[in-house]
Design a binder for this molecule. Structure first.
Ligand SMILES: Cc1cc2nc3c(=O)[nH]c(=O)nc-3n(C[C@H](O)[C@H](O)[C@H](O)COP(=O)(O)OP(=O)(O)OC[C@H]3O[C@@H](n4cnc5c(N)ncnc54)[C@H](O)[C@@H]3O)c2cc1C
Length: 415
């Protein structure tokens, strides 16, 4: 059997890992120049691996398989270096948050760090490229996929028995083209997460960081919107992410170099109903509006000004870890809908009752932080065209994407 995988990220790696020892001939088409390219894969920052049934994707992935895949990634560091933690295994913390209306999320967690990830990806590639049945085609962006009888063609070239599309979120243009040709594959498209990146001194959250490193909670705010924490980075750094049309904010942390601040995202899930069907357009417009006000930079505001809708002109005790060329002091209220702002404020004020100091007036709020959900795509529509990982809409994390690929690989082997 001759298979094409489009994209070399976590999902492709899970798939290859499962089928690498079989007779299946695998061709990987990757748009990036080579394995060192900064654009390759979502696995560049910052390598937090989770074992959890409650986050990371909407698939039922066995905890045992999740842990096996975590071990796979850790092994590829070559030295086994990683930080670990467990979110809410301590019942005292669980009860404390629960009492205040939060829904604590259970998860075991392993952190590889941005600095180690390059090495990990390289080690995996080095192993695969030496296998006789695996063929890499770098600098090969796929722009269209066509079903041709029992075969599938990509870019009008070659004919494959099966094609696995594994282009992550950065492959949204290809997904759009496939949806245009085969609209029946779309199952759902209504959700987007819009929020802010919050930064505060380590000492305010040090007990929480020590206890669980990544604390994950959800909260039904007074507006009815669900709000959640995402991607906590103790001693971490705030960074920007360039989507081409707009710039958003993100965070990461390193295994060796440490800052004095912790940052995490506070995200509000906006789920709209018919006739709305363009969550990506909605999120992009909000991001573009923020960028427009910030002169193509992200906006930074102190928490009290964010709450009172006043433009921030000076900061006080908390020094931003984001490079000063990448932000402008401003008022996020000019770009964000009121219901989202109110949901975030309600979340922070309530969190302050559990972790005093979270709502300090000089803590930092950055925007826009937006997490797009891909459309969920059907893997039942066609026998020989499948979608794995984040582009399928069913995963949102390294481990779930790897597992999705792994499970689909198992199907190929008839498992
Ligand atoms: C900044 C950042 C930090 C993150 N941190 C974490 C974290 O700490 N923990 C975690 O669990 N998750 C994290 N994630 C999410 C995680 O990276 C993704 O969930 C995961 O990588 C998804 O795997 P994937 O294989 O679906 O896609 P990806 O890993 O993104 O791989 C897709 C590949 O397809 C290629 N591609 C795209 N379009 C085409 C095309 N048309 N033709 C050919 N190739 C194409 C891309 O170049 C890329 O190499 C983070 C994401 C980002 C952006």
């Amino acid at each position: 059997m001759k298979i094409a995988i489009i994209g070399f990220g976590a999902a492709a790696i899970g798939f290859i890992e499962r089928v690498k020892k079989s007779e299946v001939e695998i061709h990987i088409f990757e748009k990036s120049k080579d394995i060192y390219s900064s654009s390759i894969s979502g696995i560049r920052a910052d390598g937090k691996l989770f074992v959890s049934k409650e986050m990371g994707g909407d698939l039922d992935i066995d905890l045992e398989l999740q842990k096996k895949l975590v071990d796979f990634w850790i092994e590829k560091t070559g030295n086994g270096d990683c930080e670990t933690g467990s979110s809410f295994s301590n019942m005292e913390y669980y009860k404390l948050f629960y009492q205040k209306g939060f829904q604590p999320i259970h998860s075991d967690f392993y952190h590889l760090g941005t600095d180690q990830l390059k090495e990990v990806l390289f080690n995996i590639y080095e192993e695969y490229r030496q296998l006789p049945n695996i063929h890499f085609h770098f600098e090969n962006p796929v722009s269209h996929v066509d079903l041709a009888g029992s075969k599938v063609k990509i870019n009008d070239e070659g004919a494959f028995d099966k094609v696995y599309v594994a282009v992550g979120r950065s492959g949204h243009k290809l997904i759009k083209a496939i949806i245009k040709a085969y609209p029946q594959i779309v199952l759902d498209s209504t959700k987007v997460d819009i929020g802010v990146r919050f930064e505060l001194p380590n000492h305010i959250v040090e007990d929480l960081n020590r206890e669980m490193y990544e604390f994950k909670v959800k909260y039904k705010s007074k507006t009815g919107y669900m709000v959640r924490t995402f991607c906590n980075n103790p001693s971490g750094y705030v960074v920007t992410e360039n989507y081409g049309d707009f710039i958003t904010v993100n965070g990461h942390s390193k295994i060796k170099e440490k800052s004095k601040n912790t940052n995490f995202a506070i995200l509000t899930t906006v789920q709209l109903t018919e006739p709305f069907n363009d969550p990506i357009g909605y999120g992009s417009n909000i991001a573009e509006l923020s960028n427009m006000l910030g002169g193509k930079r992200v906006m930074l505001q102190t928490y009290s000004h964010f709450k009172d809708s006043k433009r921030t002109k000076n900061l006080y005790r908390v020094n931003p870890t984001l490079n000063e060329n990448n932000f402008i002091l401003g008022d996020i209220n000019l770009a964000y809908p009121r219901r989202i702002i109110e949901s975030i404020i309600d979340f922070i004020e309530n969190l302050d009752t559990v972790v005093p100091g979270v709502a300090n007036s000089d803590n930092l709020v950055y925007a826009p932080e937006i997490k797009f959900y891909s459309n969920t795509l059907s893997n039942d529509a066609f026998e020989n065209l499948k979608f794995i990982g984040d582009c399928s809409g069913f995963t949102r994390s390294i481990i779930y994407a790897t597992a999705h690929g792994y499970v689909m690989g198992e199907e190929v082997l008839g498992g």
